[in-house]
Design a binder for this molecule. Structure first.
Ligand code: NLE
Ligand code: FE2
Length: 321
């Protein structure tokens, strides 16, 4: 079977790390629990025991969701609903002048369709919306996944998405992805056809890639779809999910450093994950982001090419180099 028999004992045959090839393989998404040791231990999200218990309960439900089956709904508490409402309003207000029109238009469309103003949307509703817009689908996950797993899922137009909400005492910034980050940050991007296609391309590049390239693709994902910016009418606007989902990040955005994005330079950069970004990388426009990432992708060495067959819903190899 693929990913297992290939050995390099005697030969030039490269070892190819396992990756999901088809719908059946996707059923194993999100089964591993990753513990991130870099966590910011001062944040109430890590220190409040009551919060941890509630969070574990939701994480269990999310983890038990098998990709392809109905996503379980969560009965959010009043406190959780209040956190959503409060931060949603502030994000909306602050985001207007700082975020890209492209992101804002997609957000406007979905917030009206699903009533973001009034309640926390369920992932089952988000999933149905995205499927209709761009064919993206959701796997509910307990928390952050490995870069490889998150990126590999994108190759199948699958978004691994958390379902718990950040701590009510400090909703300005979450050191981990939570549903506010996923829904107000990533979902408007996955609802955009070109961005959905780009995400899938990154996923295909990551499938079977060696670890050093996973790290580089992860860093580029971070630099663009998580925290990227681009010019609009001469002004730099944020479009990344991590900017759009955090009022702390939005407050930081106008006073931070900017650097012109170049994947060949930035694929190996270091960046913080527990505090706001000191530097945002910007492009002239979004087309440039797409072109540059595609060019970078072509430079990666993989022993085979892959493409996604939309009819059979699987990744197929094109060539062995
Ligand atoms: N820092 C982001 C936020 O507060 O929304 C979440 C984590 C992004 C990787
Ligand atoms: Fe994210």
């Amino acid at each position: 079977e693929h990913g297992q028999v290939l050995t390099n004992q005697n030969s030039k045959i490269p070892v190819v790390p396992w990756y999901p090839r088809n719908e059946n393989d996707l059923k194993s998404l999100g089964l591993l629990m990753i513990v991130d040791e870099e966590n910011n231990q001062d944040h109430p999200q890590f220190t409040d025991q009551q919060y941890r218990i509630r969070r574990e309960d939701i994480a269990k439900i999310s983890q038990q969701h098998i990709f392809g089956q109905t996503i379980p709904n969560i009965d959010y508490t009043e406190q959780e609903e209040a956190t959503w409402k409060k931060i949603y309003q502030v994000l909306r207000e602050k985001g207007k002048s700082l975020l890209s029109q492209r992101y804002l238009k997609n957000l406007q469309k979905i917030e009206n369709a699903l009533g973001f103003k009034y309640k926390i949307p369920q992932l089952s509703e988000i999933d149905a919306y995205l499927q209709a817009e761009t064919g993206f689908r959701i796997k509910a996950t307990h928390g952050i996944l490995s870069q490889r797993e998150f990126l590999n899922a994108l190759a199948h137009r699958v978004f691994c998405c958390t379902q718990y909400i950040r701590h009510h005492q400090y909703p300005e910034y979450s050191p981990e992805p939570d549903l506010i980050h996923e829904i107000l940050g990533h979902v408007p991007l996955f609802a955009d056809k070109e961005i959905a296609d780009l995400s899938q391309e990154i996923g295909i590049l990551s499938s079977g890639a060696e670890q050093k390239d996973i790290k580089r693709l992860g860093t580029l994902y971070w630099s663009t779809l998580e925290f990227g910016a681009c010019k609009e009418n001469g002004q730099i606007k944020g479009y990344g999910a991590g900017i759009a989902s955090s009022t702390g990040e939005l407050d930081n955005f106008p006073i931070a450093n900017y650097e012109k994005f170049d994947p060949f330079i930035h694929a190996d950069r270091q960046y913080p994950t527990q505090i706001v970004q000191p530097t945002y990388l910007y492009s002239e426009d979004f087309d440039e982001v797409i072109q540059e990432l595609i060019m970078f992708g072509k430079s990666l060495q993989k022993p085979f090419g892959l493409y996604y067959d939309f009819i059979e819903k699987e990744l197929k190899a094109t060539k062995i180099i």
